[in-house]
Design a protein around this ligand. Structure first.
Ligand SMILES: Nc1ncnc2c1ncn2[C@@H]1O[C@H](COP(=O)(O)OP(=O)(O)OP(=O)(O)O)[C@@H](O)[C@H]1O
Ligand SMILES: [Mg+2]
Length: 364
């Protein structure tokens, strides 16, 4: 049996006219790092709070380590949680902040000392041990909040957007520290974020939610390469996947602006006998401008005029209109184009995604 199991979990807040979480089914293995992602209001925090026991479960069953916990008190669920707005005790030192929870749990003094020292060491907080929170940086405070949770040595670690109030650089370094910590502690972790980059870089598996419903569960690259639907395809990856309304007839795609593209048999072969109106998707890095690709796919070469160029340093994002849609090509830093430049490009046909126009479910 899996370590945490959700069976048809539902949540409807008192007085709400619809469910915030609907028919949530998921199995999490011991030691896994799972990320919940999705746009604001999709039910990530609600789900996390139901695991922790801070919200009642309206329907379904929740198991932790083989035991049904729907009616188990939060403190008896074996869970440590880090909130987005962790409040440290301002009048206590780093050491006291970390050890305080253990004192409350009536842990013997020598064990408190040992665990606190261990956390301070593992989080690199030794030189700040006697400082108060107001004299720490955001990242250091965040580490104290993590320390408070890890000393409790629980089976399950829940984190709700723990990095959202840090600046970009600190987020990257804390992301690394949390991953490292997870490797060292091995505790089953559920990490809530609306940042798909955090989810992609940290998680063993990602659960992507929309309006309280799971859209897809999978390894980061599975979601990236094989999104279940247009929503997942658009949510994972930056810049967002390009989408086009197309008509497929035989081997020929016709775009909304009348442009056409001939698909190789290898692509048609994968499409389950679908024809007619559908949605085509392609990621920016699969739009090619280099001579080699232009030669290989020369029969589908198209041209456009650059409307905007984002120079990222390591790569460039080129914006242009094609097929009736805003298109963003992601090209290497050596392929430099400026606004107003005319470019030739091809779509790598092996990297095309096709979605049902109505259900938005992905065919291929
Ligand atoms: N206490 C509450 N009472 C009624 N509705 C609530 C309550 N808390 C949350 N909701 C609603 O439940 C839905 C899910 O909220 P939740 O906080 O779980 O979203 P989230 O995915 O964590 O979003 P965010 O990324 O903004 O934190 C939202 O529509 C929200 O308005
Ligand atoms: Mg939330």
């Amino acid at each position: 049996m899996s370590f945490i199991e959700f069976k048809n979990i539902e949540k409807q807040y008192p007085g709400a006219d619809k469910k915030s979480v609907t028919d949530f089914n998921l199995e999490i293995n011991e030691g896994e790092f799972i990320a919940f992602v999705g746009p604001s209001g999709c039910g990530k925090s609600t789900t996390l709070r139901m695991i922790a026991g801070f919200e009642d479960i309206t329907g379904g069953e929740l198991y932790i380590d083989g035991k049904k916990v729907n009616d188990v008190l939060p403190r008896d669920r074996g869970i440590a949680m880090v909130f987005q707005n962790y409040a440290l005790y301002p009048h206590m030192t780093v050491e006291k902040n970390i050890s305080y929870g253990l004192k409350n749990m009536k842990v013997p003094a020598d064990e408190i000392k040992r665990k606190t020292d261990w956390a301070i060491n593992i989080l690199g907080l030794e030189e700040y041990r006697n400082r108060k929170p107001k004299n720490l940086s955001g990242g250091q405070r965040q580490r104290v909040a993590l320390g408070r949770a890890i000393v409790k040595n629980q089976k399950v670690f829940l984190m709700d957007e723990p990095l959202s109030n840090l600046d970009a650089k600190l987020r990257v370094s804390m992301r690394n520290e949390i991953s490292k910590l997870h490797r060292e502690l091995g505790s089953t972790t559920i990490y809530v974020t609306h940042d798909q980059v955090e989810a992609m870089t940290m998680a063993d598996r990602i659960v992507i939610m929309r309006n309280g419903v799971i859209q897809q569960v999978g390894k980061p690259m599975e979601l990236y390469e094989h999104p279940a639907n247009k929503f997942v395809a658009g949510f994972i990856g930056s810049p967002q996947m390009n989408f086009y309304d197309i008509i497929l007839k035989g081997n020929i795609i016709t775009f909304a602006d009348g442009n056409t593209m001939k698909l190789p048999d290898s692509v048609i072969f994968k499409l389950p006998a679908q024809q007619g109106e559908m949605i085509l998707g392609i990621r920016g890095e699969d739009i090619k401008l280099d001579q080699q690709n232009l030669d290989v796919f020369s029969e589908n070469k198209h041209s456009a005029v650059i409307e905007n160029a984002e120079v990222m340093g390591n790569e460039n994002n080129l914006y242009f209109t094609f097929g009736g849609s805003q298109t963003i090509a992601r090209v290497s830093k050596y392929e430099i184009s400026g606004i107003g430049d005319k470019i030739d490009f091809v779509f790598n046909p092996a990297k095309l995604h096709f979605f049902d126009k109505n259900t938005e479910v992905r065919y291929v």
